[in-house]
Design a protein around this ligand. Sequence first.
Ligand code: 3PG
Length: 320
Amino acid sequence: MYDELMCRIENLGVVPVVVIKDASKAVPLAKAILKGGINAIEVTFRTDAAEESMKLIHQTIPEMILGAGTVITIDQAKKAVDAGAQFIVSPGLDSDIVQWCKENEVPVIPGVCTASEVQKGVKMGLKALKFFPAEASGGVNMIKNLCGPFPQVKFMTTGGISSSNLAEYAACEHVLAAGGSWMVKSNLIEAENWDEITRLCSDAIMRAQGFELIHFGINTNSIDDAKTAASRFEAFGMESKTGNSSTFMDKTIELMHSQFRGVHGHIGYKCFNVERSLEYLSVHGFTPAKDTIKLDEKGRIKVVYLNEEVEGFAIHLVRA
Ligand code: 3PG
């Protein structure tokens, strides 16, 4: 359960951390987040309305991955689980809470920000830790340093993340997901500005992909036809580099040596995490062509084509 949940959170990449003062706002808030493409929410125990809010979200929107944040007592952890929370997040590393969660098979992500704390978390058998407060503790640079001795750990990062620095975290392979309140600010919740929350959530989920168009692929009938085409592009000052199955022009045009995928060719997009982007794109009607998957040395998807073409062009994703 722990691994499955962490995988779902990693494939999402962004978790809104909310402070709800009035439980009647919990469901419209969760719906606004879901409409923005994020099916997870961490409700913090910073208000008396937290427990009731979790209950309402769990009952009304069961597809939402529901976490309880700012859990600092075992009693809160119990209340959260009874209210439907699927995982527990603490600002710090409390061995009693971790122990209770382990005994009750509840996924837990305790907070750490030093090597000693990471070491303690690892000793407790945890693979996911919260890096908090992320920006004040050194951000992505600190995470990369911490992952030298602890490569098995992934971090849920929160504290000081916003739309302007989200991509740095989302691009980091050691980051499970970036969490925070920037898309669910209290003033927006109080004003019931659900449209703005939806907009900020869809902006966040898009930034977490890191999509970048990297090349166009053009199908040709043979390596000789590709050479002829290459000479055309050379007239524009592009340099060709011939490989086994294609010839690249300055890395931006790929002349295929055959009628490859796509009626005319393909478009290559780079992204931070292919598994995450496949999850995101599934909502937009795209599916992976499983026979095209290539894995990297860590077993992650490096390249995959999508089954759906756009006007005769196939699309493939490449891990950045
Ligand atoms: C948390 O509880 O994880 C943080 O308070 C969220 O941090 P932020 O408000 O800076 O996003």
